[in-house]
Design a protein around this ligand. Sequence first.
Ligand SMILES: C[S@@+](CC[C@H](N)C(=O)[O-])C[C@H]1O[C@@H](n2cnc3c(N)ncnc32)[C@H](O)[C@@H]1O
Length: 375
Amino acid sequence: MRLVRHDPVVATTDGMKRGGYYDEHSEYQEKVAESGSGLVRACVDAVPLPGGDETFVVADYGASTGKNSIAAVGNAIDQVRTRRAGQPAVALHNDLATNDWNEFFTNLRAAPDSYRQLAGPAVIPMVSAVSFFEPAAPAGGVHVGLSFSAAHWLRDQPTVEVADGFYFCEATGAARTALAAQADTDWTAFLEARASDLASGGRLLVQMVGSEPAAEAGDEPRVTARLLLRAMAEVGAAMATDGDLDPGAVDRYVLAVYARTADEARAPLERSGSVLAGSFTVVECRTDPVANPYLDQWRADGDAQAYGKSYAAFVRGFTESSLRTNLFGPGSRGKSVDELTDEFFTRLTARFAADPERDRFEDWTLTVVLERRPR
Ligand SMILES: C[S@@+](CC[C@H](N)C(=O)[O-])C[C@H]1O[C@@H](n2cnc3c(N)ncnc32)[C@H](O)[C@@H]1O
């Protein structure tokens, strides 16, 4: 099998916002992971248990600073212990080398309900600090692989220009085709690496931002975060008009995230001649809407200021690294990157509070469950 190798340090994000910020402002990602909780347990029930005293390994790809990852992996290990009470287990958390691992281990120590407290032999936490586009575990060593809100990140910063937008879905013609091809290559690489990691009969559950085809002819496809990215592009353009940012840098900026359709997720698994041929059986591949916790709160209490703050903090948690490196750094007209970052999110907060419905985050989460065929 051909394995993809590349620099594990260079990526399209340095990780989520550090020092606990991401964990405090990732209610949406928590909702996504919760929506997959039953599937995690079903995956554990479906895999063959290792023989004798061998260790059961649950890996989570794109674990960030851990709050959601520790809960998801704990859920899987809790379930395996319903099948075999004393099952030895390893929790393998993967993310980039630039991830805030100090915060991860602080979380692991602090989490009152972590898998460290489960009855039975102590669960051994391990980390794998490489890009998930390459093997991240000993070959065949993972029984259940998980990944939440992470596999939509592209491996490289796109080089095509998306006029009037910050997001792949605003691209047209050759640029749109190039972005779809880049996303297909990356998803193929991600799965090829997981085919290396997983044991025969092992299962992989991936949840990521997705897209659904248009409901009716003439409508736009339903793309997770489309309205948000339009708002961000308009805020960037306004900062260029005010002289804070180079307009060329605003035109060139694209968030390196791609929201695949279910068909796009299936494509490299089903296409003839694919490097993935014979590696996986598709168990599930579908998109589902996930409710917006910030908008629901605003609808309940009418507090638009609080809504603006919580929504903008959620966005800052996952976009700040990309914006600093690819927009505020190259596009500054004199202000520091810190000043530009604060200015951008102050404007975004005010905009969200002024009209909570207009730029709402809409989510069609793509869920993929695969079974590793015999190696
Ligand atoms: C939005 S966070 C999701 C964290 C967690 N899974 C959750 O549900 O809260 C996305 C994570 O994917 C990681 N990530 C992005 N590209 C990656 C790559 N190439 N290899 C490993 N992790 C990556 C980021 O560093 C980040 O921590």
